[in-house]
Design a protein around this ligand. Structure first.
Ligand code: KG4
Ligand code: ZN
Length: 334
């Protein structure tokens, strides 16, 4: 039987990425050029700098991808690209590249939602079992998504203010930790103690929504008050207390939703899925084996193009192509 190869491109934020995926589940090549070093001194992603880096890096990333795969563009069956959401100027680089390649080589073009990509990162590791619940936690998203079949996403809960990763990055900034703050807080948290009693935002009973802005303010106020009184708080304990609050709410709401919707499979997706505290707590909570839990390897948690190729396979199999009017859409709906 003939194999299907999808070339995927992802440029929604600060990683220039390309990948080639075989039959929707196998990584043949996966290249990520990170721009983190360029954004670090600004304490966050600068959109204009991100776009320019994508333009500079794109052809090299593609060349490296084809070298890794030992394939030519002629052997590719479809070209997939992140259509949104994300930074519009950054997305445009990927979309323009994908369109140009698809047009000049007469290949089908498939636009992919970035979050569908994060979810499908898990399918590169394990086949989905439906109904499935996805906890999506990234720099821009915090959502619980129910899937009854491939390609169908029902948002059952979402953040009402900051995304989990955003809260990590903002708290890290007030602690003078480098960008991105998530991994830094994660590292410190493992050395500290949850002794500062930060709030847990459960919201209404039975709500699967999240809120992290109150927690963020509590951390900032605690730091500020201690500073005024001349007390020096241990940054390890601040990190541990903050992380304990985030993780407890994420894990409990995920567990409750999994029970309510009687899902067979829970998957975790997005950059914050790399968090060691979250990974450990989820494994403990779901250790009864009744519900299968999958967490992708670290490299597939943060932005990459392999996940975009995996998600695109679902549309490819259904014969769904995106037409030439496709454009970067910073606020694309799932
Ligand atoms: O999915 P991602 O790479 O990009 C977006 O689509 O947003 O996620 C990036 C986010 C950042 O906020 C970063 O701080 C967070 O994921 N992150 C982490 C960890 N690694 C990355 N947050 C907590 N713990 C980590 N280990
Ligand atoms: Zn992402």
């Amino acid at each position: 039987e003939k194999n299907t190869y999808i070339l995927a491109i992802e440029t929604s934020c600060d990683e220039t990425a390309a990948a080639i995926i075989k039959n929707g589940t196998e990584i043949v090549a996966n290249v990520v050029a990170s721009q983190i070093e360029s954004h670090k001194r600004f304490g966050g992603v600068v959109p204009e700098i991100a776009s320019r880096h994508h333009v500079e890096q794109m052809t090299y990333v593609l060349e490296e991808t084809f070298n890794q795969a030992e394939l030519t563009l002629e052997e590719i069956d479809a070209i997939a690209v992140t259509e949104g959401p994300g930074l519009v100027g950054a997305l445009l680089v990927g979309v323009s590249t994908a369109k140009a390649l698809a047009f000049t080589h007469n290949k089908p073009l498939i636009g992919v939602h970035h979050i569908a990509g994060h979810i499908y990162a898990n399918r590169l590791v394990e086949e989905f079992q439906f109904p499935l619940l996805a906890l999506v936690v990234s720099g821009g998203h915090t959502e619980l998504i129910l899937m009854k079949e491939h390609g169908h996403f029902e948002v059952i809960g979402e953040t009402r203010d900051d995304a989990a990763g955003e809260a990590y990055d903002k708290v890290a900034r007030t602690m003078d930790l480098p960008y991105p703050g998530g991994p830094e807080i994660d590292r410190l948290a493992q050395l500290g103690e949850d002794n500062l009693n930060f709030p847990r935002a459960w919201l209404e009973e039975d709500s699967f929504d999240f809120s992290f802005s109150g927690l963020k303010s509590a951390v900032i106020n605690t730091l500020h008050n201690a500073n005024q009184k001349g007390i020096e708080l241990d940054r390890k304990d601040i990190a541990a207390s903050f992380q304990a609050s985030v993780v407890e709410v994420l894990v409990e709401k995920t567990y409750k939703a999994a029970e309510k919707y009687q899902v067979k499979h829970v998957i975790v997706a997005g950059g914050v899925a790399a968090n060691q505290g979250l990974r450990t707590a989820l494994k403990e909570r779901f250790n009864d084996q009744l519900i299968k839990l999958s967490i992708p390897p670290l490299a597939l948690c943060t932005d990459n193009a392999a996940m975009i190729g995996a998600a695109a396979m679902i549309d490819y199999e259904k014969g769904l192509n995106t037409d030439w009017s496709m454009n970067a859409n910073p606020a694309l709906d799932l």
